[in-house]
Design a protein around this ligand. Structure first.
Ligand code: NI
Length: 150
């Protein structure tokens, strides 16, 4: 595994729309392993492929230590409730902001085994899903933050 460089705000790649993954190649598998290592090393609870310069629809989320969730071509298929909490982003270092997100989210995605699955999350996990999926469409949480803190 290898630690990857995390792109920072101002890099154009973060603003691009990522492409779907059709086949999980060894290269994609290596990328996922490296993303997990990079997220953990940076003490983040989520990372999206465009943040490491790869415009593919892949995110990793780890809210519960030791249980990374890998989402390939993820889509939010259900959401409920509202939460306003503080979040940050590894690509926007040194800042935090308050955002409005759904409190409960269900995501449908492809797993590393190539099979479709659904995963639901509430609170921090729901927020992490929304935040990371936004990265796949070139969106950053600061775009719609209610308030920013430096
Ligand atoms: Ni982020």
């Amino acid at each position: 595994m290898a630690k990857l460089k995390i792109l920072k705000i101002g890099d154009e790649t973060l603003r691009k729309v990522s492409r779907k993954v059709d086949v999980i190649t060894p290269r994609i598998n290596t990328l996922i392993d490296d993303m997990i290592e990079t997220m953990r090393d940076a003490d983040g609870c989520g990372l999206a492929a465009p943040q490491v310069g790869v415009l593919r629809r892949i995110v990793v989320v780890e809210v519960e230590e030791g249980k990374p969730i890998v989402l390939i071509n993820p889509k939010i298929i259900a959401q409920a409730g509202v939460q306003e909490e503080i979040e940050g982003c590894l690509s926007v270092p040194g800042r935090n902001g308050k955002t409005r997100r759904p409190r409960h989210v269900t995501v449908r995605a492809m797993g590393r085994d190539g099979k479709e699955f659904e995963v639901s999350g509430s609170d921090l996990l729901a927020r992490a899903f929304c935040h990371e999926l936004d990265h796949l469409d070139g969106k950053l949480y600061i775009d719609e933050a209610i308030e920013m803190y430096d």
